[in-house]
Design a protein around this ligand. Sequence first.
Ligand code: AMP
Length: 127
Amino acid sequence: MNRADSSHARRSDAVTDTIFSKIIAGSIPARIVHDDDRCLVFHDVNPQAPVHLLIIPKRGIVNVAALAPEDESLVGHLVVVAADVARNLGITDGYRLVFNCGRDGGQSVDHLHLHLLAGRPLTWPPG
Ligand code: AMP
């Protein structure tokens, strides 16, 4: 397998249906705060902080471990959108961005998502 084939194999275009793909499709409701051609931002249904948003790519990627080199710009876009949304919401005291990856990382939905948590002091290390 050459490098290109290997890279393609690591992409997760064949990701299975998740609750997030249903939100992208519009078949499940969500409190959406940002929508563009590459990503969607909505409120987490079980917030862990006064502000808890999820930034997700519209493309089906399972998690950080499934990213390929050609996903660099998409991941950068997710982070820049997170910062824009935080600015637009008037979050001035800081926030935390988190990608949970895999079982030990605490990932429960197999569609790449970036958590944005804000509105209270967040402790470190996380549990
Ligand atoms: P993780 O545990 O990192 O995979 O994060 C998944 C997140 O998705 C959790 O914080 C859940 O509360 C959130 N979540 C699950 N279902 C929904 C939904 N229908 N709408 C919004 N957030 C959801």
